[in-house]
Design a protein around this ligand. Sequence first.
Ligand SMILES: Nc1nc2c(ncn2[C@@H]2O[C@H](COP(=O)(O)OP(=O)(O)OP(=O)(O)O)[C@@H](O)[C@H]2O)c(=O)[nH]1
Ligand SMILES: [Mg+2]
Length: 451
Amino acid sequence: MFDTLTDSFKNAINKIRFRDDEKALKKALSELRKSLLKADVHHKVVKELVTLVEKDVKQAGIGRDNFLRAISQRLHEILTAPGNQGFVFASKPPTVVLMTGLQGSGKTTTTGKLAYMLKEQKRKKVLVAAADLQRLAAVEQLKQITSQIGVDLVANENATPYEIVKEAIKKAEDGLYDVLLIDTAGRLAIDEELMDELAKIKEIANPDEIFYVADAMTGIDAIRTASTFKERVGISGVVLSKYDADSKGGVALGIAKLVGVPLRFIGSGEKMPDLEPFIPDRIVNRLMGAGDIEGLMEKTAAVIDEKTAKKMSKKIKKGQFNFNDFLEQMEQMKKLGSMKSIMSMIPGMSSIAKQIDDIDLENSKEIKHIKAMIQSMTPKERENPDLLNNSRKRRIARGAGLSQMEVNRVLKQFKNAAKLAKRLSGKGGMKQMQEIMKQLKGGGVPPGLFK
Ligand SMILES: Nc1nc2c(ncn2[C@@H]2O[C@H](COP(=O)(O)OP(=O)(O)OP(=O)(O)O)[C@@H](O)[C@H]2O)c(=O)[nH]1
Ligand SMILES: [Mg+2]
């Protein structure tokens, strides 16, 4: 997700050796400046970062470790603005969040993603209010999203936004909801009438947070519009949507510093799990190519419960992993979001993550074939893949609309995967991973990562 930015830092750091002279530092800093500007980082932020890093390194002594440390520390400062990080719950529920922004910026999608994250990862009771009564299909869109993720909605096409908000607040309080998310209509800061409407909604809702959803593809403009909204209604956080569509990504580094409000979340795709909290500590690690173990743990712990995981690993060790387990695992994986973003959270994997094509767990041809095959199996066959002799395979091929060769190929892949999983789950398989995690727990970036 942060490929371009990570490369910028990596290239600069690689210009410096263990010990070095001023000439090398100059080269490294100029490389850093050039590549950050190219990645669309605001020039003021680039200037500040480069100046401070230069000062720090000269003071501490020119060398690779000091250079790395200076970048991480200063970057951390630049990414931190006064205010909350991630999602913060009010001391007294419901936590009320008002979603604002320009037309088409991603407010409604982000509302759904936040609701999904709070429900699935934090196990919270979430209510959504459809207070966009400007765009015709807005209420219908939110109905679809909330029913897809199983979250309650307050909506009424014939009411005013104020009535909706009042009703939602009452329902959230009476129904003991943990969080109320209010989706509003898109508007321009120069549209006096609609901005007044927003101010009035704010007065009625008395929200704990006002999020401004900015489209990452608008680049530096996102910073300007966020600042205008901050002046007009006051915002407590920015969400950068469509970050996946912005190959440069530099705008994320400028928001905290230039808007003066923390960047809270990043939208990384169109699907509901595609939302990542923007926590400076973790982001700095990711930007330095060191992954985000904490974030990864949070994601997986929420989706994969410990009991099932243990049961599954026992089965894998015994070589009993069957087709039902496979389907169950696939369903769980889908909740984790895109494979690319998961990969980029694993230390040392970010450069590999960008080389692979993302795997679409719902639509890939391969997975559709496997699913069709499993659906053509009897319950006994699903439990015990060894039962599949030639006549059974022929029947399954017919049922799934595949050739027998294709069925054989998939079965072989499945067997190999089960074997590999068994081997990895044995002694030594995870050792290397644990070593890396130990280093990371010690804090900071393991210097070896950039060799
Ligand atoms: N690729 C990608 N697309 C996104 C993301 N967030 C939103 N979108 C898409 O952007 C389009 C607009 O999103 P909406 O959530 O409807 O935007 P909105 O701000 O509610 O729009 P209005 O209510 O009309 O003002 C939709 O097609 C979304 O699927 C994201 O993080 N990545
Ligand atoms: Mg909308």
